[in-house]
Design a binder for this molecule. Structure first.
Ligand code: FE
Length: 340
């Protein structure tokens, strides 16, 4: 009995030593949305675990993780692009996250087949069109945006943007090199102006009559429509939403996820798991959809009222890791076809 007690106390002692967890989590984040701050604060209030954030661009954060190696203070990395998560996996920065509760919280179509990252939300990169100058029956697919009927009418931001790089990577994976190059050439020929501004600016340009169609992330329309600025609400109201490639037998609309990966040697692993359980759970997912207007990763949660009003759509089920593998090829297509 005595020996048994000694063994227990030794294992408790070892357990607390080897973990050496503080009551905190360190996150390297590329996300730029207010909703994250709100959710971290709620998590802190619930658990007493302090959430520390380092914000920077993806390439900078991944490089930093690589340089810090096993001594990195970071527990988690979060970004808005499966392609960058895949890049981090390729750089051997992350470990698999195997957890039944988190796994059950997430829609299966969104999951990483290799379990290196956890999706928390997703967004569609869709087409918005002028309610006055375009009719629904003129629209069909991303491919059709290269049709000369759209000459001088299409608005989209620069090719240096990660959302466009992910879209081009998906198009490359789906169409192959020759067809994607032709497509991009045709699309560039149809630009209403040289690419500039962010996604919201493209919608504002439609409202101002500078173009008729734009390629934008879905949540920006929710953000415009729920804005406190009249000009933003007007811009949101000047367009309708179109989900491309929905016809029977077609592949569906391009999406991307926001997701978390866990570092190789996280100082606060248990806390990090707790945070991921919370963020994929129903309470946090409802807060995401009603603040950032993203789609929820949790199948039990509905999108916000605004986003739900657009109806359901078929997701392009491409393995999202390909958004990373085809990134360099996609950038070559941009360069070759003059998409600045
Ligand atoms: Fe964004």
């Amino acid at each position: 009995m005595k020996r048994y007690l000694i063994l227990i106390s030794i294992s408790i002692f070892l357990g607390s030593c080897t973990k050496n967890e503080k009551n905190e989590i360190n996150i390297y984040s590329k996300r730029h949305y207010e909703v994250d701050k709100l959710l971290y604060k709620k998590f802190e209030e619930k658990t007493g675990i302090k959430v520390n954030i380092v914000k920077a661009g993806d390439d900078e954060l991944l490089e930093r993780l690589k340089n810090e190696g096993l001594n990195s203070p970071a527990d988690l990395y979060v970004t808005v692009d499966a392609g960058k998560l895949q890049k981090g996996v390729e750089m051997e920065l992350f470990q698999k996250i195997i957890n039944d509760k988190i796994d059950a919280n997430v829609r299966s179509e969104l999951k990483d087949p290799h379990k290196y990252w956890i999706p928390i939300t997703y967004r569609a990169r869709l087409i918005v069109y002028s309610k006055d100058r375009v009719s629904l029956d003129q629209l069909s697919t991303y491919e059709d945006l290269a049709n000369p009927k759209w000459k001088g009418r299409i608005l989209v931001r620069s090719s240096s943007n990660a959302y466009n790089q992910a879209l081009m990577s998906a198009m490359y994976a789906n169409l192959g090199k020759d067809d994607v190059t032709k497509w991009s050439k045709g699309l560039v020929n149809n630009f209403a102006r040289n690419p500039k501004g962010n996604d919201r600016d493209q919608v504002k340009a439609i409202a101002a009559g500078q173009g008729d169609l734009a390629i934008v992330n879905s949540y920006y329309i929710g953000l415009l429509l729920s804005s406190e600025k009249l000009a933003e609400i007007d811009a949101g109201n000047s367009v309708s939403i179109f989900f491309p490639n929905q016809a029977e037998g077609d592949r569906g609309t391009h999406i991307n996820i926001s997701g978390y990966a866990m570092t190789k040697n996280p100082p606060n692993k248990e806390n990090a798991i707790k945070l991921l359980e919370y963020l994929t759970g129903e309470e946090a997912q409802n807060i995401y959809v009603n603040n950032s207007y993203e789609y929820p990763a949790n199948p039990l949660v509905n999108p916000s009222d605004i986003v739900s009003s657009w109806g359901d759509f078929k997701i392009d089920n491409l393995d999202l890791n390909l958004l990373g593998s085809f990134r360099d090829d996609a950038i070559k297509v941009f360069d070759k076809t003059g998409w600045k």
